[in-house]
Design a protein around this ligand. Sequence first.
Ligand SMILES: Cc1cc2nc3c(=O)[nH]c(=O)nc-3n(C[C@H](O)[C@H](O)[C@H](O)COP(=O)(O)O)c2cc1C
Length: 151
Amino acid sequence: MGNYPSGVTILTTTDADGNPCGLTVNSFASVSLDPLLVLWCIDRKSTNLETFQQSEGFAVHILSIDQEDLCWTFAGKDADRFSKANWSLSKNNLPVISGSLGVLECKTIQKIDAGDHIIFIGQIINIDKKDKEPLLYFRRNVGMVPAVWPN
Ligand SMILES: Cc1cc2nc3c(=O)[nH]c(=O)nc-3n(C[C@H](O)[C@H](O)[C@H](O)COP(=O)(O)O)c2cc1C
């Protein structure tokens, strides 16, 4: 699957004590336009699994080219990932990281067991989009859209 190029996202939610939680994810995909649905998959071994299972929703951050550090921070062992990010709580009580190309706030509508992962499907309840370049993932590396790509 490393040969399939994708974008990079950070998925966030809030735990029962109001603390922000999140991880780097590239399994994000569009599902439906009417209603607007998206999906992503979380490893059953994730320390964040229980929190996402119990929360009512999640925020998808589509990372921009200048957020590579956040990509690795939210994929690493650092217990306090959010101290490295500029974030705030949204009206929907979801942690939103600033500087992202796009933020999709979602209400969780379905969870599906799938092997060693669980698929989360969410309905989009708020969209914020910035005019920025995306961070891409390919063969375990992240980087920018090739210069040959037309604007
Ligand atoms: C580019 C990239 C994409 C990733 N995609 C996913 C994913 O789709 N689902 C997942 O569960 N983990 C994914 N990971 C791995 C998690 O980010 C990583 O295991 C993280 O440390 C999990 O943290 P947690 O156990 O605290 O939730 C990805 C990592 C990277 C670098």
